[in-house]
Design a protein around this ligand. Structure first.
Ligand code: ZN
Length: 232
């Protein structure tokens, strides 16, 4: 199937609605230089090491005992097996089989939406790492909005997990500011609330910070009125 099926233009066209994973334990394919790197001569998007590693990871997951090669497995978007075939298929048979599985599973996530989701998930993680929590929330929320699209579950689940972790970080920021305030370090507490406000103005969290700041300012004014200015 290596040279007759996977290189067939009709198969290539049909395969674009799929995530194709190729494994082979053969190391003797020879190499071809692609952008300065030595790639597998048979499948120049991969190195032979790549497909040998994949082979080791997937063959035990989907097969036991002796496998009649080549073997093909179809999975849904969560990686759950929905069909398999041992022995060679013609490109026509393979395309038919893929169409049959697509019919059974319903449409998958389009590749544009898939790459958009990957981009937003990566942006969310990056923003989280830089403590730009509002940006992180916005990025993850864009992916959660794709919830109604068929085949979006895997990326939406990742976005929801990202939202959860970001929200925990937001809560921790507020808790930290509250703690500093309770401990009586009012100048530092003010700084912390102002930092929160700078990121979250107009949101629930922003309002909390605003309220805390207003309360602290009011308390200071009250002290001044009583002729008891705050210590510096
Ligand atoms: Zn190879």
């Amino acid at each position: 199937m290596d040279s007759s099926v996977y290189a067939n233009k009709d198969f290539i066209k049909a395969s674009k609605r799929w995530v194709c994973v190729y494994g082979s334990k053969d190391s003797g394919h020879g190499t071809e230089k692609v952008n300065g790197a030595e790639m597998c001569k048979l499948h120049p998007q991969l190195t032979c090491d790549d497909h040998m590693k994949v082979n080791g990871e997937v063959s035990g997951k989907f097969f036991t005992g002796t496998i009649k090669m080549p073997a093909t497995v179809w999975c849904d978007s969560d990686g759950k097996e929905v069909g398999k075939q041992q022995g060679a298929l013609s490109s026509k048979q393979l395309i038919e089989k893929m169409a049959e599985v697509e019919k059974q599973l319903g449409p998958g996530l389009g590749s544009d939406e898939y790459w958009m989701a990957q981009d937003r998930l990566a942006a969310g993680e990056k923003a989280m790492g830089e403590a730009k929590l509002r940006d992180a929330l916005a990025s993850f929320n864009e992916v959660v909005k794709m919830e109604k699209l068929p085949g979006s579950k895997a990326v939406v689940d990742r976005a929801k997990a990202g939202l959860e972790r970001t929200n925990e970080m937001v809560q921790a920021l507020v808790a930290n500011a509250d703690e500093i305030r309770s401990a009586g370090d009012l100048d530092r507490a003010k700084e912390k609330y102002k930092e929160i406000l700078a990121q979250f103005r107009g949101t629930e969290i922003g309002k909390k910070a605003e309220k805390a700041l207003a309360e602290m300012e009011q308390a200071e004014k009250d002290k001044v009125k009583k002729g008891n200015p705050p210590k510096r």
